[in-house]
Design a binder for this molecule. Structure first.
Ligand code: ADP
Ligand code: MG
Length: 254
């Protein structure tokens, strides 16, 4: 029997005033996968995430999350179905402690867990202590969010997302602006979350991609250019042409 896919995308096209940011894109991933998506600027990566979250509606084609056509639901409802998104800038409460931030995120989930959509959730909820251990901030649990380093804020936000037991977690450039050490820790954190959660990571930093990559999807001009493991991707002439060739330029501000 075919393993159930957490996400299935068919013939997805998104047009902005006639310009196709996504163009007949096909994509699927299995439950528990850690998928990395790379591609040059303007390839459609952020639009791709926006379409999965319901922020942007498909012009043509279909996105199915846990077998449900997401066109039929609002952004809020899709989130409640078990979708978590991490934005580039951390969104933690600076005047609450690390622990309070996590408690708030956990309770937010609890208040809503009886809604129709949570009933299909496959992911168990973790306690605040487990979350603290997980994101390696147990010794800073009583510190205000605003006093954390940039990297620690990123981990706290990941912890806050995990508190809501998302089945699918979307991360847009989670290591931008982090030190090498913080980057490596983030990679380890994501690797330990995979399996239990399905994860999509959009990333520019090729060192980081090499660290975490299992299966990599390359986007180019709104479509999937190719997919495979890092070795296959790196030696694919089409990828070198459209992406790796521009890498130096891309990495300048990191
Ligand atoms: P990436 O994240 O890979 O850099 P984006 O998804 O942000 O790419 O953008 C893909 C293309 O779609 C770009 O050419 C961008 O200018 C265009 N685009 C994105 N959002 C909009 C929008 N709201 N209106 C018009 N064009 C857009
Ligand atoms: Mg982007």
């Amino acid at each position: 029997m075919k393993a159930m896919n957490i996400l299935e995308i068919e013939h997805l096209t998104v047009s902005f005033d006639g310009f196709k940011a996504l163009n007949d894109l096909n994509f699927s991933m299995e439950i528990g996968e850690l998928r990395t998506i790379i591609g040059p600027n303007g390839a459609g990566k952020t639009t791709f995430l926006d379409t999965i979250t319901g922020k942007v509606k498909p012009t043509i084609g279909q996105v199915r999350f846990k077998s449900k056509d997401i066109r039929l639901y609002s952004e809020f409802e899709i989130a409640r179905m078990g979708l978590g998104r991490k934005f580039q800038t951390p969104r933690v409460y600076v005047n609450l402690t690390v622990r309070e931030n996590l408690e708030l995120a956990s309770n937010r989930h609890k208040d809503l867990c009886n809604t129709l959509f949570r009933s299909v959730s496959v992911v168990e909820k973790r306690s605040v202590d487990e979350l603290l251990a997980f994101i390696n901030l147990k010794n800073k649990q009583h510190l205000k969010g605003g006093l954390l380093s940039h990297g620690e804020k990123q981990w706290l936000e990941i912890g806050m997302l995990i508190a809501q037991s998302p089945d699918l977690l979307l991360l847009d450039e989670p290591v931008a602006g982090l030190t090498d050490e913080e980057t490596e820790k983030t990679g380890n954190l994501l690797k330990s979350l995979a399996g239990e959660h399905s994860i999509i990571v959009i990333e520019h930093d090729m060192e980081f991609v090499r660290q975490i990559a299992q299966k990599v999807t390359v986007l180019h001009q709104g479509s999937v250019l190719c997919e495979g493991d890092m070795t296959a991707i790196q030696s694919d002439p089409r990828v070198i042409e459209v992406y790796l060739g521009a890498q130096e330029e891309v990495n300048v501000d990191h």
